[in-house]
Design a protein around this ligand. Sequence first.
Ligand code: MRU
Length: 340
Amino acid sequence: MRTIEWHNGMVKTIDQTKLPNETVSIKMRNCEDVAEAIRTMKIRGAPLLGAAAAFALALTAHNSKARINEQLVDELEEAAETIRRTRPTAVNLFWALDRILDKAKAYTGNTEDLAAFVVEEAKKIADEDAAANRLIGKFGAELVADGDVILTHCNAGALATVEYGTALGVVRAACEQGKRIRVIATETRPLLQGARLTTYELKRDSIPVTLITDNMIGYVMYKRMVDKVIVGADRIVRDAVINKIGTFTVAVLAKEHKIPFYVAAPTSTFDFKHTSAQVIIEERKPEEVTHMGSQRIAAEGVDVLNPAFDVTPLDYVNAIICENGILYKRDFVKFKAKHH
Ligand code: MRU
């Protein structure tokens, strides 16, 4: 089952803020519906944000009354701007918008065909993500041995992608090969994507998973309870991997304990135009830290920091697993040079 899909001129997904307690499916009818779902975290995870951004343009094209291509392109530009302002860090969102806008601008057919073309291009982006995840799983599973315990942070699973997942795609593929794998999932404060989403989707697939709080990572590594770390990414820049806040802490601890640290991500997450210092790290509202649900857990008026992502220098990364294969440091340097 896909996490997001085009269905009769609408886009269907599930509201991830309601999981794991309720499975509520939502239908989005226009660009603003998609923007709202992204802002409120009903849709999250870098590859899923890319597909959602593409579908926001597809809805705009589908609903458009434009009679000339320039007018439709203007409407797409405006919709893209709305989506760009939702969340700044995951590059997949910007990548998908630019890909569709570039192709729409170069389109030479009539306006009705252009609208249909935009819808098809968005579906293609979603299909490509699903296919990339399967390949990431296939390549990544080579790194996983029977009996491994894999620690993952946040949710880089089917829910963060169109289907299958990146880090959890590797776990799934290894399990499909008959390897007995266990996962340690960190809860991932403050929004608990690990506790709410990773445990939910692994339990659903009967993959053994143990939940820990974020401050237990050092202990489980010290006790030799972790064989490998596999995480996803929101943006892989020239010098670093940007992923959910806490990823850098996991990477430092993995290096200290000589545990391989792998990043699984499609090439739509690569951004070789930028270095880490140039990327906007999203700052989210203080209430996510001062409250648990509606319950205040911190003194009123306390100053709060709430960056949603952090930066892990490439030195801490043993390999990046993408749909083209496993990129060790030397391969990554070559790949960067070729695709810059
Ligand atoms: O804030 P979120 O939930 O959108 O953050 C998600 C992550 O950081 C994931 O690890 C990342 O997007 C990779 S998902 C395959």
